[in-house]
Design a protein around this ligand. Structure first.
Ligand code: MG
Length: 382
């Protein structure tokens, strides 16, 4: 039986690589649904190639073009964000890959969990915003949530066969991004183009900026806390510029397991798709002769304040991580429009954390309100 996949965010970096995995294993996977936000031409191309049952374009203005281009093919074509959630709960779907960007991933993930679809989670913001809600919902509906983020996939791979052994700590590796060695004075003037040049990973714009500002690593700490049921104190961030070790797990006997490889998102994607099996891959293998030095250093909390904000937010709990996420989305969008400086992004987050209303035990509706309120506070500050 082929596993039927719904790929939410199929035209992004993770989505396109997920389709490459499907393409390499047509005997294992079938594309049931694809959704995209805006990139209608690529979505049309993907639909013709994979012939899904359902297709959604979130931007309703692009619907006529999509509908017309696929006329005559047996594909149901919908538009709008509500349709994305409908796809996520469609009967025949076995697994939903959430590769949307930002807060937009929350609602469809909740819908998919309630419909008992296995989740391949590529949208870390879902767990940053509402980790408690998502993990309790997944437990109640007995829905597996499999990590696609490379660090969390690495941790998950290290934990395979060790489920009964308590974890002492997790060592979350970080490349340090393009600005690892830049001084605070230099950081004040870095440009969008410089921030978009990640040394090791090719990713979408949002996560690449988050990597440059280390917000990504802060979010990954929160993501790890929820995925693996740990306290923030059990998660150590270590800068490892070569990105060969994708993260590690330390057990109570002091033993440390690591997962290594050449940076390539197709491995975490295919591991989530086929877990607990591993699928054959033709990707280049790690050659230790090419990496005779692996280095490690402590992150700089002064230059990369977002790391502290993430720990502060998760310790405070409630809707605070949701506030940080919303402020960060506004800050990153503004930086990408070249209206906000690199360091100002952290000021926007700090200011929003101070001003937004705190809720200790938020419901889903509270998250929706918090997201809107924090976005408006952050926007005023720009
Ligand atoms: Mg990552």
């Amino acid at each position: 039986m082929k596993r039927k996949l719904a790929i939410l965010g199929s035209t992004g970096s993770i989505g396109t690589q997920a389709l490459e995995v499907v393409n390499e294993h047509p005997d294992r996977f079938e594309v049931y649904a694809l959704t995209a936000n805006n990139q209608v031409d690529l979505l049309i191309e993907q639909a013709r190639r994979f012939l899904p049952e359902m297709l959604v374009i979130a931007n309703e203005d692009k619907y006529p073009r999509l509908k017309e281009a696929l006329a005559g093919l047996p594909i149901k074509v919908w538009a709008g964000t509500d349709a994305i959630a409908q796809v996520a709960e469609a009967g025949p779907v076995d697994m939903v890959l959430t590769a949307l960007v930002g807060y937009a991933g929350l609602q469809p993930t909740i819908t998919a969990i309630k419909a008992k679809k296995a989740i391949a989670l590529a949208n870390k913001e879902t767990l940053v915003v509402a980790g408690e809600l998502i993990t309790s919902l997944a437990a109640r509906h007995k829905t597996p949530v499999l990590p696609v983020d490379s660090e969390h996939s690495a941790i998950f791979q290290c934990l395979a066969g060790e489920w009964e052994n308590p974890v002492e700590k997790i060592i979350l590796t970080a490349s340090g991004g393009p600005f690892r060695t830049k001084s605070i004075e230099e950081l004040a003037t870095v440009t969008k183009a410089q921030a978009l040049k990640h040394p090791n990973w090719t990713m979408g714009a949002k996560v690449t900026i988050d990597s440059a500002s280390m917000m990504n690593k802060g979010f990954e700490m929160i993501e790890a806390k929820w995925l693996f049921g740990l306290a923030p104190e059990q998660i150590q961030i270590v800068v490892h510029p070569q990105s060969v070790i994708h993260s590690m797990v330390q057990f109570e006997d002091g033993g440390i397991m690591a997962q290594l490889g050449i940076p390539d998102m197709k491995l975490p994607i295919s591991y989530a798709f086929s877990y607990p099996e591993r699928l054959k891959s033709k990707a280049p293998r790690l050659d230790f002769n090419q990496y005779n030095t692996l280095t490690f250093e402590e992150p700089d909390w002064k230059r990369f304040r977002n790391l502290s904000f993430a720990f502060e937010a998760v310790r405070k709990g409630g809707n605070m991580p949701c506030i940080v996420n919303a402020a960060n989305e506004i800050a990153v969008a503004s930086f990408l429009r070249e209206e906000t400086g690199f360091l100002q992004m952290s000021d926007i987050i700090e200011n929003t954390m101070q001003k937004a209303s705190f809720i200790a035990n938020p419901s889903y509706e509270d998250y929706v309100k918090t997201d809107a309120e924090a976005r408006s506070i952050a926007s005023e500050f720009i």
